[in-house]
Design a protein around this ligand. Structure first.
Ligand code: SF4
Length: 73
């Protein structure tokens, strides 16, 4: 189990790299938050308002592997 949590202002995102299938739906769906050329590559601070947080919830919900989870505050 290697789940790591990334903190944002409205929701946090956790990620388990052992589960990820590298389908890249997160990166394509919300590149401001999921950017593999940045460290950390998940940055929920780029979802600073409710509209962006809703979009983030939707993108995380589309992760096919269950690697991504939303952690509501
Ligand atoms: S959408 Fe899920 S499975 Fe695909 S790359 Fe992102 S975290 Fe990994």
């Amino acid at each position: 189990m290697t789940r790591k949590t990334y903190t944002g202002p409205i929701v946090d995102v956790s990620f388990d790299g052992e589960v990820c299938q590298h389908a890249a739906r997160c990166v394509e769906g919300m590149p401001s938050v999921f950017n593999t050329s940045e460290r950390p590559w998940i940055n929920p601070e780029h979802a600073p308002d409710e509209a962006a947080a809703d979009h983030l919830r939707e993108i995380v919900g589309r992760c096919p592997s269950g690697a991504l989870h939303i952690e509501e505050h």
